[in-house]
Design a binder for this molecule. Structure first.
Ligand code: ADP
Ligand code: MG
Length: 372
């Protein structure tokens, strides 16, 4: 089955995998290909390389998808029959938007967003990126503005952090620490008690920070958000397991990413999440490397002289070893994940940060067929 067939009819495509294997590049090329074929597509990128961001006209500031000017592609020979929207995820901004949406009224929203304790906490939560990425995905999905969403995933050391993110946030909100704070006789209440009140009063005079007020506002406002958060985390988690969602596991042929891809595909299956297939990026093809290195050296010796011919033959031997290693990686990935026809994208020479680079990756993802 081709990649196009595998993702046909899917509304949410999540490109997961180790850092540096080409998730961001793949996400952008995939989104471009689907938009070229007529879909309204939004791609949510995370930490795109600056040059890629520039070539898509991405702006970090608004945290909303922007329509990519189709002219950028027309100039490179591809017509966008649908629409390509792209955004760069801003985790802190996404988390603030979520709090604003879940706040029961404007006053509690302003109380919490302006609260110093919230600001510390939200930076920490947003810092994990995984939850905010899926929360944003959920929001875009609900907006109904797009036929397909493509999500690039954070450069986490472990791709699994991503699957656990909604549960981690829920358990934070349901966790002991927060319950102790929020209970009627809990720490928050006791902090408000008289003795501590006086202590905090002294603190305020010394430091100028009204910590007591910050704490009480924070806990009161947060109390109103707990249920909303729990529900949202559950919906977000449900979106990951939805039949309209599929995970594409991106990897390079190197040993560590390959092992992580195998592990991740296994975890997806275990968690009942949809596995759409493997994309093996930066593969050195074996084609054209059939001749033995010695034969290559022998053939070149007359023309190049011995020293140079040997150098060329050595480079040729290295490429062959790399191609053999890559072929072994692909074979291992096939047998361990059950995907017997992974999509292979070769190691491309030159820059893949620009529209031309995306075009080349796109051609390998979708086969050499041109978009209509
Ligand atoms: N097929 C390819 N050939 C050559 N370079 C590639 C290829 N795919 C990705 N790259 C380059 O590899 C680097 C990492 O790619 P990126 O998409 O940012 O990975 P990730 O998002 O997984 O960290 C980038 O510099 C990108 O331009
Ligand atoms: Mg990336």
């Amino acid at each position: 089955m081709t990649l196009a067939e595998r993702i046909a009819g899917r509304r949410v495509l999540i490109c997961a995998g180790s850092g540096g294997v080409g998730k961001t590049t793949t996400s952008a090329a995939l989104a471009m290909g689907l938009a070229a074929r007529g879909a309204r597509v939004a791609v949510v990128t995370i930490d795109p390389a600056k040059r890629l961001a520039d070539s898509l006209g991405l702006d970090a500031l608004d945290n909303e998808p922007r329509l990519v000017d189709p002219q950028r592609f027309t100039d490179h020979g591809i017509e966008i029959a649908g629409e390509l929207w792209a955004m760069m995820l801003d985790p802190k901004h996404t988390f603030d938007d979520l709090v604003a949406q879940l706040s029961p009224d404007e006053r509690s929203r302003d109380d919490i967003l302006g609260n110093r304790i919230y600001q510390q906490l939200s930076s920490a939560v947003a810092g994990s990126q995984e939850f905010t990425a899926i929360a944003k995905l959920y929001e875009l999905d609900r907006s109904g503005r797009f036929d397909v969403l493509v999500l690039d995933t954070p450069p986490s050391r472990n791709a699994l952090d991503f699957l656990d993110a909604p549960d981690r946030l829920t358990s934070f909100f349901e966790g002991r620490a927060l319950r102790i704070f929020l209970a009627p006789t809990g720490l928050a209440a006791r902090v408000m008690g008289r003795g501590t009140g006086i202590a905090f009063g002294v603190l305020e005079r010394v430091t100028g920070v009204d910590l007591l007020r910050d704490l009480s506002v924070f806990f009161r406002a947060l109390g109103g958000l707990v249920d909303g958060f729990r529900e949202r985390a559950a919906s977000v988690k449900a979106l990951l397991a939805d039949p309209a969602t599929t995970f594409l596991v991106v990897t390079s042929p190197e040993r560590e990413p390959v092992e992580e891809a195998i592990f991740f595909a296994g975890k997806l299956a275990e968690a009942g999440m949809p596995f759409g297939g493997l994309i093996v990026n930066r593969v050195t093809p074996r084609d054209g490397l059939d001749a033995e290195p010695e034969a290559v050296a022998a053939e070149l010796r007359d023309e190049l002289g011995e020293a140079l011919a040997d150098k060329v033959a050595a480079a040729y031997r290295d490429a062959r070893l790399l191609a053999d290693r890559d072929a072994a990686s692909v074979a291992r990935l096939r047998s361990e994940t059950g995907d017997d026809a992974p999509v292979l994208v070769p190691q491309l020479g030159g820059d893949v940060h620009d529209v031309d680079g995306l075009m080349r990756v796109h051609q390998h993802l979708f086969g050499n067929t041109r978009a209509p």
